[in-house]
Design a protein around this ligand. Structure first.
Ligand code: ADP
Ligand code: MG
Length: 597
C-alpha cells in the first residue's frame, strides 16, 4: 500500500475541501452560494494570471476578453442553434486556443510592454465586436442560455452549479500547481524578468523561452475561457459588459492582491475583491450620500498599500499561519537519464577559427583562434575588457559572429544559436550567476536535465511525468553531491552565498551531461576559501575526464588548473602556451600591469 500523506498541511487542506464540498447541502442562504460561485469563477481567471504574471512576469489585461470568448461561443451555439453546452465548451476552448496562439505568436517574441498593449487592444476589439454584431445580440447580448446538464441532471439550481464551478476551480488550481512543479514549470519560473530571470539561462539549458511563454499565455487564456463558459450557463445570458477592459484590470487586481506568485492567492484575491466590492457598493454611497462606483477608488488605494507592505500579495501572509509544506524527499534510486557518447580523450572537441565580433565601430574580438581537445582544461585569460566574455558568447551561441568559424565535435556550430549548441553537448555557467532564487537548489539543478527529459505541459498537469521527474531529481542530486552541495539541496537557491551559488551553476551545467563545460569567470567575487573549494571541484572534474573552457580574469586561479592558456588583450590573442610559459612571459605581465595598475 502507498503511504498516505497525513501531514498537518494535507489534513487541513482536506478538511477545508470537505467544508467547501458540504456548503450546498447545508442551510447556507442562496445569497452566499451566489457569492461563492462568483469567487470560484473569478478565481479561475485570476489563476491564469498567477501563472502568466506572477510566475512568468507577463502582464495581460485581456483575460476578461478570453472569458468573453468562452461565454459567447457557448451562448451563440446553444441559443441560436440549440447545441449542447458541452459542445459550446469545446468550441470555446478551440477558438480561445487559436486566438491566444495568434496573439502570443505576434507579441511574445518582442520585449516588455507589447504583450500588455496587445491584450488591451484585443480586449477593446472583442468588446466592440460583441457589442455590434447582430448575431451576438449587440449590447443586449444573448438571452435564454440553457443550463448545463451532467448525466441528465440539470444544473439549473445555483447549488448544483456551485459544485461544478468549484470542481473545475480546484482541478484548475491542482493542474497549475503540478505544472509549476515540473520540467516545463521550472523553465516558466526562470523566465520572470521582474525576479531577475530572463531568456538567456533557459535557452542555454536548451529550453525555448518563447515556447514556454506561449504555453503560459495559452493556459491562462483557457482557464479564463472555461470560467466564461461556466459564467454564461450560470447567468443564463451573456452581454458584453463583464468582458470589457474594466474587468480585465479587475482580474489583474485580484491576482496581485491575493498574491500573484501563488496558486491559492488567485482565490484569496477573488474572494477579497468580490466580498469587499459588494460591501463597499452598499456602504460608500450611503456614507457619501451620492451613488457611484466609489469602490474603484478604495481598491486603488488598497492595491498601493498591499504592494508597499506585502508586495507578494496577501497569500504569503496567510500561508505563514498554515503548517509548512513537507519538502519533497528524493525518491528511491531512479533509472539513470540517457547519457551522450563521450568524446575520446585527446580528440578534437572545440575549434575556434579566427572569430571576430564588432559592436558598431568597436572591435570587441578580432582574429581569435584556439583548439580544445577532449579531457583538457583550457584557460582564456586577459585584463578586463579584453574580449573574454564576448568570445565566450560567440562560442556558446549567445552572440552571432561577425566573421570566423566555431566547430564542436567536427560540426560547424556558429550561427546555430544557444539552444542548438547546448543540444550538441556544450554547457555553460554565467559570469553573473543566473539561478532562480525562489526555487530550491535541487530544482535549479534539475533545470539542467531539460534536454535529457521529455515531459510536456499536459503530462505535467496530469502527473504523467512522475517517473521521469524522479530520474531528473536523482540526477540533480547526484550532480550536487559531485560538487559537494548534497547537504544544501533543499534550500532556496537565493539563500546561498555567492561561492555555493557558483557551484550550483556548475552542477546545473553538469546535469546536462556536457561534452564541454564553459565557465565564465567562476572565481570572480569569491572569497579565498570559496575559491579554494571551487578549484578543488574543477580539479576533480578534470580528474573525471571532463573538458573545460575556463574564462578568467584572475591569473593565479588558472595557473594551477589549466593545461594550456590563451591570453587576450584588446580583443586580440596575445600569447598561447602552458601555464609556465605564460607565467614567464614579459608580454603578458606587461598587459596585466598596464591595465591593472
Ligand atoms: P571581458 O569579458 O574580457 O572583460 P568583454 O568581452 O565583456 O570583455 O568586452 C570586450 C569589449 O567589448 C569591451 O570594450 C566592452 O565594452 C565591449 N562590449 C562587450 N559587450 C558589448 C555589447 N553588448 N555592446 C557593446 N559593446 C560591448
Ligand atoms: Mg567578462
Amino acid at each position: 500500500m502507498k503511504n498516505i500523506d497525513l501531514s498537518p498541511r494535507r489534513v487541513g487542506l482536506l478538511a477545508f475541501a470537505a467544508g467547501m464540498a458540504a456548503v450546498p447541502f447545508l442551510p447556507v442562504p442562496d445569497y452566499w452560494i451566489t457569492k461563492l460561485n462568483y469567487i470560484g469563477l473569478f478565481g479561475l481567471v485570476a489563476l491564469g494570471l498567477v501563472l502568466l504574471t506572477g510566475v512568468g512576469g507577463l502582464t495581460s489585461f485581456g483575460q476578461a476578453a478570453f472569458a468573453g470568448l468562452g461565454a459567447y461561443a457557448t451562448a451563440w451555439l446553444t441559443v441560436r442553434y440549440g447545441y449542447s453546452p458541452w459542445l459550446g465548451l469545446l468550441v470555446g476552448l478551440g477558438v480561445t486556443t487559436v486566438v491566444a496562439l495568434v496573439l502570443g505568436w505576434l507579441t511574445l517574441r518582442m520585449s516588455g510592454h507589447y504583450l500588455p498593449l496587445a491584450t488591451i487592444a484585443w480586449s477593446l476589439a472583442l468588446f466592440y465586436t460583441m457589442g455590434n454584431l447582430d448575431a451576438l445580440g449587440k449590447y443586449d447580448g444573448l438571452l435564454g442560455v440553457p443550463a448545463i446538464e451532467v448525466f441528465g441532471l440539470s444544473l439549473q439550481e445555483e447549488r448544483r452549479m456551485y459544485l461544478l464551478i468549484w470542481v473545475v476551480a480546484v482541478l484548475g488550481a491542482v493542474a497549475v500547481t503540478r505544472l509549476l512543479d515540473s520540467r516545463p514549470g521550472r523553465v516558466m519560473r526562470a523566465l520572470n524578468v521582474n525576479r531577475g530571470g530572463g531568456s538567456t539561462m533557459p535557452e542555454a539549458m536548451g529550453a525555448s523561452a518563447f515556447r514556454h511563454k506561449l504555453l503560459m499565455f495559452l493556459v491562462a487564456a483557457l482557464l479564463a475561457s472555461v470560467s466564461g463558459w461556466l459564467f454564461a450557463h450560470m447567468q443564463r445570458s451573456v452581454n458584453p459588459s463583464p468582458f470589457g477592459i474594466k474587468f480585465g484590470i479587475e482580474y489583474l487586481f485580484m491576482a496581485v492582491l491575493g498574491g500573484v506568485g501563488h496558486v491559492w492567492g488567485a482565490f484569496t484575491g477573488a474572494a477579497l475583491v468580490k466580498l469587499a466590492e459588494d460591501q463597499l457598493q452598499t456602504w460608500l454611497p450611503a456614507l457619501l450620500g451620492t451613488s457611484g462606483s466609489y469602490e474603484v477608488i478604495v481598491f486603488g488605494v488598497v492595491l498601493v498599500l498591499v504592494l508597499k507592505f506585502s508586495p507578494d500579495g496577501l497569500w504569503p501572509v496567510i500561508e505563514r499561519w498554515l503548517p509548512t509544506r513537507r519538502r519533497p524527499t528524493v525518491a528511491a534510486p531512479a533509472e539513470a537519464l540517457p547519457a551522450r557518447d563521450k568524446p575520446v580523450a585527446g580528440s578534437a572537441l572545440l575549434q575556434v577559427k579566427a572569430v571576430r565580433r564588432t559592436f558598431g565601430g568597436l572591435v570587441a574580438v578580432n582574429g581569435v583562434s584556439f583548439d580544445i581537445r577532449a579531457g583538457e582544461i583550457f584557460g582564456l585569460i586577459g585584463p578586463n575588457g579584453a574580449g573574454k566574455s564576448t568570445t565566450f558568447n560567440l562560442v556558446s551561441g549567445v552572440l552571432p559572429l561577425s566573421d570566423g568559424e566555431v566547430w564542436l565535435r567536427g560540426e560547424r556550430v556558429d550561427g546555430m544559436g544557444a539552444r542548438a549548441i547546448a543540444r550538441r553537448g556544450l554547457s555553460r555557467t554565467f559570469q553573473h550567476v543566473k539561478l532562480v532564487p525562489d526555487m530550491t537548489v535541487l530544482e535549479n539543478v534539475a533545470l539542467g536535465t531539460y534536454l535529457r527529459t521529455r515531459s510536456g505541459t499536459l503530462a505535467a498537469m496530469l502527473r504523467l511525468d512522475r517517473a521521469e521527474e524522479a530520474q531528473a531529481m536523482a540526477e540533480a542530486e547526484r550532480q550536487l553531491r559531485r560538487v559537494g552541495l548534497g547537504e544544501q539541496m533543499h534550500e532556496l537557491a537565493g539563500n546561498l552565498a555567492l561561492g555555493p551559488q557558483r557551484l550550483v551553476e556548475i552542477a546545473r551545467a553538469l546535469a546536462s551531461d556536457p561534452a564541454l563545460l564553459l565557465l565564465d569567470e567562476p572565481a570572480a567575487g569569491l572569497r579565498h576559501r570559496e575559491k579554494q573549494a571551487l578549484a578543488e571541484v574543477l580539479r576533480q572534474l578534470k580528474g573525471e575526464g571532463l573538458s573545460l573552457l575556463l574564462v578568467e580574469h584572475d591569473m593565479d586561479f588558472v595557473m594551477n588548473l589549466t593545461d594550456r592558456i590563451l591570453v587576450m588583450e584588446f580583443g586580440t590573442p596575445l600569447q598561447e602556451g602552458t601555464p609556465a610559459e605564460i607565467q614567464a612571459s614579459d608580454k603578458v605581465r606587461a598587459a596585466y600591469l598596464g591595465t591593472e595598475h
